[in-house]
Design a protein around this ligand. Sequence first.
Ligand code: AVI
Length: 358
Amino acid sequence: MNRHAGQIAVLDFEPANEEFCEQVIAGLSQHPRTLPCKFFYDETGSTFFSKICELPEYYITRTEMRILRERGGEIANAVGRGIELIGLGTGAGTKTRILLDNLEAPVAYVPVDISREQLTQSAIAFRKRFPALDVLPVCADYLQPFDLPPRSRVANRTVVYFPGSTIGNLEPEDATDFLKKIADMVGSSRATLSPNRRLYEPARRGATMARQSLALPDNSLCPSPGALLMGVDLKKSKAILERAYNDNAGVTAQFNLNLLARANRELDSDFDLRSWRHRAIYNEKAGRIEMHLVSLRQQTVNIADAAFSFAPGEYIITEFSYKYSPSEMIALAGAVGLRFEKIWTDEQKLFGLFLFTL
Ligand code: AVI
Protein backbone atom coordinates (compact mmCIF):
# COMPACT_ATOMS: atom_id res chain seq x y z
CA MET A 1 0.00 0.00 0.00
CA ASN A 2 1.20 3.52 -0.76
CA ARG A 3 0.48 6.16 1.84
CA HIS A 4 1.01 9.79 0.95
CA ALA A 5 2.40 12.06 3.64
CA GLY A 6 2.57 15.57 2.26
CA GLN A 7 4.35 15.28 -1.06
CA ILE A 8 6.07 12.03 -0.15
CA ALA A 9 4.70 8.62 -1.15
CA VAL A 10 5.83 6.05 1.37
CA LEU A 11 5.78 2.43 0.26
CA ASP A 12 4.24 0.83 3.29
CA PHE A 13 5.06 -2.52 4.90
CA GLU A 14 4.87 -1.37 8.51
CA PRO A 15 4.37 -4.33 10.87
CA ALA A 16 0.85 -4.63 12.26
CA ASN A 17 0.05 -4.26 15.95
CA GLU A 18 -0.87 -7.96 16.21
CA GLU A 19 2.73 -8.82 15.40
CA PHE A 20 3.91 -6.74 18.37
CA CYS A 21 1.43 -8.49 20.68
CA GLU A 22 2.31 -11.97 19.42
CA GLN A 23 6.05 -11.39 19.68
CA VAL A 24 5.84 -9.87 23.18
CA ILE A 25 3.86 -12.85 24.44
CA ALA A 26 6.15 -15.33 22.66
CA GLY A 27 9.30 -13.62 23.99
CA LEU A 28 8.06 -13.48 27.59
CA SER A 29 7.04 -17.14 27.44
CA GLN A 30 10.67 -18.16 26.81
CA HIS A 31 13.44 -18.71 29.37
CA PRO A 32 15.42 -16.53 29.61
CA ARG A 33 12.66 -14.11 28.76
CA THR A 34 13.18 -11.78 25.82
CA LEU A 35 11.56 -8.84 24.05
CA PRO A 36 12.58 -8.11 20.43
CA CYS A 37 14.72 -5.00 20.16
CA LYS A 38 13.12 -3.96 16.86
CA PHE A 39 10.14 -2.71 18.92
CA PHE A 40 12.29 -0.04 20.59
CA TYR A 41 11.68 2.28 17.67
CA ASP A 42 8.22 3.78 17.99
CA GLU A 43 8.09 7.57 17.88
CA THR A 44 9.13 7.96 21.54
CA GLY A 45 11.82 5.29 21.24
CA SER A 46 13.24 6.87 18.10
CA THR A 47 13.46 10.19 19.94
CA PHE A 48 15.33 8.52 22.80
CA PHE A 49 17.63 6.81 20.31
CA SER A 50 18.42 10.16 18.66
CA LYS A 51 19.38 11.43 22.12
CA ILE A 52 21.56 8.37 22.74
CA CYS A 53 23.45 9.17 19.53
CA GLU A 54 24.44 12.55 21.01
CA LEU A 55 25.57 11.24 24.41
CA PRO A 56 29.24 11.73 25.32
CA GLU A 57 29.53 8.04 26.30
CA TYR A 58 27.95 6.70 23.07
CA TYR A 59 30.85 7.03 20.64
CA ILE A 60 29.28 4.90 17.88
CA THR A 61 27.29 7.47 15.89
CA ARG A 62 29.80 10.24 16.34
CA THR A 63 32.67 8.06 15.20
CA GLU A 64 30.88 6.76 12.10
CA MET A 65 29.98 10.35 11.17
CA ARG A 66 33.57 11.47 11.63
CA ILE A 67 34.82 8.66 9.38
CA LEU A 68 32.24 9.63 6.76
CA ARG A 69 33.22 13.29 6.95
CA GLU A 70 36.98 12.71 6.91
CA ARG A 71 37.08 9.85 4.38
CA GLY A 72 33.94 10.70 2.38
CA GLY A 73 35.90 11.41 -0.81
CA GLU A 74 37.71 8.06 -0.68
CA ILE A 75 34.49 6.20 0.13
CA ALA A 76 32.70 7.89 -2.78
CA ASN A 77 35.54 6.91 -5.13
CA ALA A 78 35.39 3.34 -3.96
CA VAL A 79 31.61 2.95 -4.46
CA GLY A 80 31.63 4.78 -7.81
CA ARG A 81 29.42 7.28 -9.64
CA GLY A 82 25.79 7.07 -10.73
CA ILE A 83 24.77 4.54 -8.08
CA GLU A 84 21.45 3.86 -6.42
CA LEU A 85 21.77 3.76 -2.66
CA ILE A 86 19.50 1.57 -0.54
CA GLY A 87 19.72 2.66 3.10
CA LEU A 88 18.66 0.05 5.65
CA GLY A 89 17.58 1.52 8.99
CA THR A 90 18.93 4.93 8.09
CA GLY A 91 16.62 6.71 10.60
CA ALA A 92 16.86 10.48 10.50
CA GLY A 93 19.41 10.15 7.69
CA THR A 94 22.19 12.25 9.23
CA LYS A 95 24.92 9.82 8.18
CA THR A 96 23.43 9.14 4.76
CA ARG A 97 23.36 12.87 4.08
CA ILE A 98 27.12 13.06 4.61
CA LEU A 99 27.58 10.08 2.30
CA LEU A 100 25.31 11.54 -0.40
CA ASP A 101 27.07 14.91 -0.15
CA ASN A 102 30.22 13.10 -1.24
CA LEU A 103 28.79 10.78 -3.90
CA GLU A 104 29.12 11.65 -7.56
CA ALA A 105 25.77 11.91 -9.40
CA PRO A 106 23.80 9.28 -7.44
CA VAL A 107 20.51 8.49 -9.22
CA ALA A 108 18.27 7.16 -6.45
CA TYR A 109 18.08 6.88 -2.71
CA VAL A 110 15.77 4.27 -1.17
CA PRO A 111 15.66 4.68 2.63
CA VAL A 112 14.05 1.69 4.35
CA ASP A 113 13.06 2.21 7.96
CA ILE A 114 10.51 0.97 10.46
CA SER A 115 9.88 4.43 11.95
CA ARG A 116 7.39 6.08 9.57
CA GLU A 117 7.46 9.56 11.07
CA GLN A 118 11.24 9.85 10.89
CA LEU A 119 11.31 8.27 7.43
CA THR A 120 8.82 10.76 6.04
CA GLN A 121 10.51 13.78 7.59
CA SER A 122 13.94 12.74 6.37
CA ALA A 123 12.61 11.94 2.86
CA ILE A 124 11.16 15.47 2.64
CA ALA A 125 14.50 16.95 3.74
CA PHE A 126 16.47 14.79 1.26
CA ARG A 127 14.26 15.83 -1.66
CA LYS A 128 14.96 19.45 -0.84
CA ARG A 129 18.67 18.99 -0.44
CA PHE A 130 19.18 16.69 -3.45
CA PRO A 131 16.65 17.79 -6.09
CA ALA A 132 18.22 15.62 -8.82
CA LEU A 133 17.92 12.46 -6.74
CA ASP A 134 14.91 10.08 -6.79
CA VAL A 135 14.05 9.71 -3.09
CA LEU A 136 11.84 6.64 -2.65
CA PRO A 137 11.10 5.83 1.02
CA VAL A 138 9.91 2.41 2.15
CA CYS A 139 8.41 1.94 5.63
CA ALA A 140 9.29 -1.63 6.56
CA ASP A 141 11.02 -3.93 8.96
CA TYR A 142 13.92 -4.59 6.59
CA LEU A 143 14.55 -8.00 8.19
CA GLN A 144 11.27 -9.14 6.63
CA PRO A 145 10.46 -9.38 2.91
CA PHE A 146 9.52 -6.07 1.33
CA ASP A 147 9.27 -4.69 -2.18
CA LEU A 148 11.53 -2.09 -3.68
CA PRO A 149 9.68 0.81 -5.28
CA PRO A 150 9.97 1.14 -9.06
CA ARG A 151 12.92 3.31 -10.05
CA SER A 152 12.77 5.38 -13.22
CA ARG A 153 16.47 5.60 -14.02
CA VAL A 154 19.17 3.03 -14.58
CA ALA A 155 21.93 3.05 -11.98
CA ASN A 156 25.53 1.98 -12.54
CA ARG A 157 25.45 -0.03 -9.39
CA THR A 158 23.25 -0.88 -6.41
CA VAL A 159 24.91 -0.12 -3.10
CA VAL A 160 23.34 -1.01 0.23
CA TYR A 161 24.31 1.23 3.13
CA PHE A 162 23.72 -0.47 6.49
CA PRO A 163 24.97 2.00 9.09
CA GLY A 164 25.18 2.29 12.85
CA SER A 165 26.36 -1.24 13.63
CA THR A 166 22.78 -2.50 13.54
CA ILE A 167 24.27 -5.77 12.26
CA GLY A 168 25.41 -6.19 15.88
CA ASN A 169 21.80 -6.40 17.05
CA LEU A 170 21.43 -9.73 15.24
CA GLU A 171 22.64 -13.07 16.55
CA PRO A 172 25.64 -14.15 14.41
CA GLU A 173 23.59 -16.84 12.57
CA ASP A 174 20.85 -14.30 11.82
CA ALA A 175 23.52 -11.79 10.77
CA THR A 176 24.87 -14.37 8.32
CA ASP A 177 21.39 -15.00 6.88
CA PHE A 178 20.78 -11.28 6.62
CA LEU A 179 24.09 -10.65 4.84
CA LYS A 180 23.16 -13.42 2.43
CA LYS A 181 19.91 -11.64 1.64
CA ILE A 182 21.78 -8.40 1.08
CA ALA A 183 24.23 -10.22 -1.20
CA ASP A 184 21.27 -11.62 -3.15
CA MET A 185 19.70 -8.17 -3.32
CA VAL A 186 22.75 -6.37 -4.67
CA GLY A 187 23.61 -9.38 -6.83
CA SER A 188 20.27 -9.27 -8.58
CA SER A 189 20.49 -5.54 -9.15
CA ARG A 190 20.64 -5.89 -12.91
CA ALA A 191 16.87 -6.10 -12.78
CA THR A 192 16.83 -2.72 -11.11
CA LEU A 193 14.00 -1.29 -13.20
CA SER A 194 11.64 -4.09 -12.28
CA PRO A 195 8.76 -2.62 -10.27
CA ASN A 196 7.69 -4.36 -7.10
CA ARG A 197 10.47 -6.91 -7.08
CA ARG A 198 9.99 -8.70 -3.77
CA LEU A 199 13.19 -8.80 -1.83
CA TYR A 200 14.36 -11.64 0.31
CA GLU A 201 12.11 -14.29 -1.17
CA PRO A 202 14.37 -16.84 -2.65
CA ALA A 203 16.18 -13.86 -4.04
CA ARG A 204 18.14 -15.73 -6.70
CA ARG A 205 14.91 -17.10 -8.05
CA GLY A 206 13.29 -13.65 -7.74
CA ALA A 207 16.06 -12.13 -9.78
CA THR A 208 15.66 -14.76 -12.48
CA MET A 209 11.93 -14.22 -12.58
CA ALA A 210 12.36 -10.48 -12.86
CA ARG A 211 14.75 -10.93 -15.76
CA GLN A 212 12.40 -13.34 -17.46
CA SER A 213 9.35 -11.16 -17.05
CA LEU A 214 11.21 -8.15 -18.40
CA ALA A 215 13.01 -10.30 -20.97
CA LEU A 216 16.26 -8.64 -19.98
CA PRO A 217 19.49 -10.15 -21.15
CA ASP A 218 22.17 -10.48 -18.46
CA ASN A 219 24.26 -7.36 -18.08
CA SER A 220 21.52 -5.18 -19.54
CA LEU A 221 21.28 -2.99 -16.45
CA CYS A 222 23.52 -2.05 -13.53
CA PRO A 223 26.83 -3.02 -15.13
CA SER A 224 28.90 -3.00 -11.90
CA PRO A 225 28.53 -5.72 -9.29
CA GLY A 226 26.62 -4.61 -6.22
CA ALA A 227 28.24 -3.51 -3.00
CA LEU A 228 27.58 -3.26 0.72
CA LEU A 229 28.86 -0.40 2.86
CA MET A 230 28.35 -1.36 6.48
CA GLY A 231 29.12 0.38 9.77
CA VAL A 232 30.33 -2.00 12.48
CA ASP A 233 31.24 -1.38 16.12
CA LEU A 234 34.63 -2.98 16.78
CA LYS A 235 35.73 -4.99 19.82
CA LYS A 236 37.22 -2.89 22.58
CA SER A 237 37.55 -2.68 26.38
CA LYS A 238 34.67 -3.70 28.64
CA ALA A 239 34.89 -0.33 30.41
CA ILE A 240 34.33 1.74 27.25
CA LEU A 241 31.50 -0.51 26.13
CA GLU A 242 29.64 -0.62 29.44
CA ARG A 243 29.90 3.15 29.78
CA ALA A 244 28.35 3.58 26.33
CA TYR A 245 25.27 1.57 27.33
CA ASN A 246 24.94 2.88 30.92
CA ASP A 247 25.10 6.63 30.35
CA ASN A 248 25.09 9.04 33.27
CA ALA A 249 22.03 10.94 32.10
CA GLY A 250 19.99 7.71 32.07
CA VAL A 251 18.81 8.09 28.46
CA THR A 252 19.60 4.47 27.57
CA ALA A 253 17.58 3.40 30.63
CA GLN A 254 14.61 5.46 29.37
CA PHE A 255 15.06 3.97 25.89
CA ASN A 256 15.02 0.47 27.36
CA LEU A 257 12.06 1.09 29.67
CA ASN A 258 10.10 2.63 26.79
CA LEU A 259 9.64 -0.90 25.48
CA LEU A 260 7.42 -1.63 28.50
CA ALA A 261 5.74 1.78 28.22
CA ARG A 262 5.04 1.05 24.55
CA ALA A 263 3.47 -2.30 25.45
CA ASN A 264 1.23 -0.48 27.95
CA ARG A 265 0.30 2.11 25.29
CA GLU A 266 -0.35 -0.27 22.43
CA LEU A 267 -1.27 -3.59 24.00
CA ASP A 268 -3.51 -4.35 26.87
CA SER A 269 -0.62 -4.63 29.38
CA ASP A 270 0.04 -3.29 32.89
CA PHE A 271 3.83 -3.10 33.37
CA ASP A 272 4.62 -0.94 36.42
CA LEU A 273 7.62 1.00 35.13
CA ARG A 274 8.86 1.80 38.66
CA SER A 275 9.33 -1.92 39.28
CA TRP A 276 11.94 -2.41 36.54
CA ARG A 277 15.58 -1.38 36.24
CA HIS A 278 17.79 -1.00 33.17
CA ARG A 279 21.09 -2.94 33.11
CA ALA A 280 23.73 -3.32 30.39
CA ILE A 281 26.69 -5.68 30.72
CA TYR A 282 29.43 -6.72 28.31
CA ASN A 283 29.55 -10.49 27.95
CA GLU A 284 33.19 -10.82 26.95
CA LYS A 285 32.99 -14.47 26.02
CA ALA A 286 30.09 -13.94 23.63
CA GLY A 287 31.49 -10.57 22.47
CA ARG A 288 28.24 -8.72 23.05
CA ILE A 289 26.56 -6.06 25.16
CA GLU A 290 23.43 -7.44 26.76
CA MET A 291 20.65 -5.07 27.73
CA HIS A 292 18.28 -6.29 30.39
CA LEU A 293 15.23 -5.07 32.26
CA VAL A 294 15.47 -6.40 35.81
CA SER A 295 12.39 -6.97 37.94
CA LEU A 296 12.75 -5.13 41.27
CA ARG A 297 10.15 -7.21 43.09
CA GLN A 298 7.87 -10.20 42.82
CA GLN A 299 5.23 -9.13 40.33
CA THR A 300 2.66 -10.32 37.82
CA VAL A 301 2.17 -8.56 34.50
CA ASN A 302 -0.98 -9.00 32.41
CA ILE A 303 -0.81 -8.72 28.62
CA ALA A 304 -4.03 -9.28 26.70
CA ASP A 305 -5.20 -12.68 28.01
CA ALA A 306 -1.79 -13.80 29.29
CA ALA A 307 -0.20 -13.30 32.73
CA PHE A 308 3.54 -13.48 33.50
CA SER A 309 5.08 -13.72 36.98
CA PHE A 310 8.55 -12.32 37.66
CA ALA A 311 10.69 -13.04 40.71
CA PRO A 312 12.84 -10.25 42.20
CA GLY A 313 16.05 -10.07 40.14
CA GLU A 314 14.55 -11.96 37.21
CA TYR A 315 15.27 -10.20 33.95
CA ILE A 316 14.07 -9.76 30.39
CA ILE A 317 16.74 -9.62 27.67
CA THR A 318 15.82 -6.68 25.45
CA GLU A 319 18.88 -6.40 23.20
CA PHE A 320 22.17 -7.96 22.20
CA SER A 321 24.74 -5.73 20.59
CA TYR A 322 27.56 -7.84 19.18
CA LYS A 323 31.00 -6.33 18.63
CA TYR A 324 33.33 -7.66 15.94
CA SER A 325 37.01 -7.56 15.22
CA PRO A 326 37.74 -6.70 11.55
CA SER A 327 38.77 -10.30 10.83
CA GLU A 328 35.60 -11.69 12.43
CA MET A 329 33.41 -9.43 10.27
CA ILE A 330 35.38 -10.18 7.11
CA ALA A 331 34.92 -13.91 7.78
CA LEU A 332 31.18 -13.52 8.49
CA ALA A 333 30.60 -11.63 5.22
CA GLY A 334 33.00 -13.87 3.29
CA ALA A 335 30.92 -16.91 4.24
CA VAL A 336 28.07 -15.59 2.06
CA GLY A 337 30.25 -14.52 -0.86
CA LEU A 338 30.75 -10.87 0.04
CA ARG A 339 34.31 -9.95 -0.84
CA PHE A 340 36.12 -7.60 1.49
CA GLU A 341 37.35 -4.47 -0.33
CA LYS A 342 38.27 -1.94 2.30
CA ILE A 343 37.81 -0.75 5.87
CA TRP A 344 37.90 2.84 7.07
CA THR A 345 38.40 3.32 10.82
CA ASP A 346 39.10 6.10 13.32
CA GLU A 347 42.51 6.45 14.99
CA GLN A 348 41.39 4.60 18.15
CA LYS A 349 39.89 1.77 16.03
CA LEU A 350 36.56 2.10 17.80
CA PHE A 351 34.45 1.73 14.69
CA GLY A 352 34.82 0.36 11.16
CA LEU A 353 33.11 1.20 7.89
CA PHE A 354 33.48 -1.89 5.71
CA LEU A 355 33.07 -2.06 1.96
CA PHE A 356 32.17 -5.46 0.49
CA THR A 357 31.43 -6.35 -3.11
CA LEU A 358 30.04 -9.42 -4.80
C1 AVI B 1 20.88 0.48 16.83
N1 AVI B 1 21.93 -0.23 17.59
C2 AVI B 1 23.10 -0.43 16.76
C3 AVI B 1 22.24 0.34 18.89
C4 AVI B 1 23.39 -0.44 19.55
O1 AVI B 1 24.34 0.21 19.97
O2 AVI B 1 23.33 -1.67 19.61
C5 AVI B 1 21.01 0.36 19.79
C6 AVI B 1 21.30 0.85 21.17
N2 AVI B 1 20.96 0.25 22.26
C7 AVI B 1 21.36 0.94 23.30
N3 AVI B 1 21.99 2.00 22.88
C8 AVI B 1 21.97 1.96 21.53
